[in-house]
Design a protein around this ligand. Sequence first.
Ligand code: FE2
Length: 179
Amino acid sequence: MSVVTSPTQTLREEHRVILRALALVELAADRLSGGGALPSGWWDALLEWLRAFADRNHHAKEETYLFPALAEAGVPAAGGPVGVMLEEHTEGRALIRAMSEGCGERRVDAARRYVHLLREHIDKENGVLFPLTDAVLDTAAQQALGREFETVEAEQGRDASIAHAEAEVDRLSRALEGA
Ligand SMILES: [Fe+2]
């Protein structure tokens, strides 16, 4: 029996949207470092998107459910690919704080480091962690993980919806172009 949408397919689809948001972070950083301004409220809305969709939804699915499922299947929780992913999530949260609190060059620097960190992180997950997940979790474990992801989505409401997240990325993108 096959899984209709596997948990890693859900996470890959979320990565696709997060990469779109990272392109906006990069554009905004370029504009700020060139002395330009961002539309009013734009930066805060972008950071809130990253906190809600990338962190509370996506990283929560990975940390609360995927990594423990991998541990259950014999992939060590500390060290190895899971340990690296956890460290990078922590680093990402610190950079979001720096992007929120810092100003001027510090903000631009934190934004660029965040984009670099997350792009590499997503590459590692897509290229290493998810193929490993697909290989070590049997169908029952994948179905259980899929149900757990649904509980995250139920808790987070529309913030966890890919359609809602992507619509907000579209809105931020138009606002940046129009400014
Ligand atoms: Fe991820």
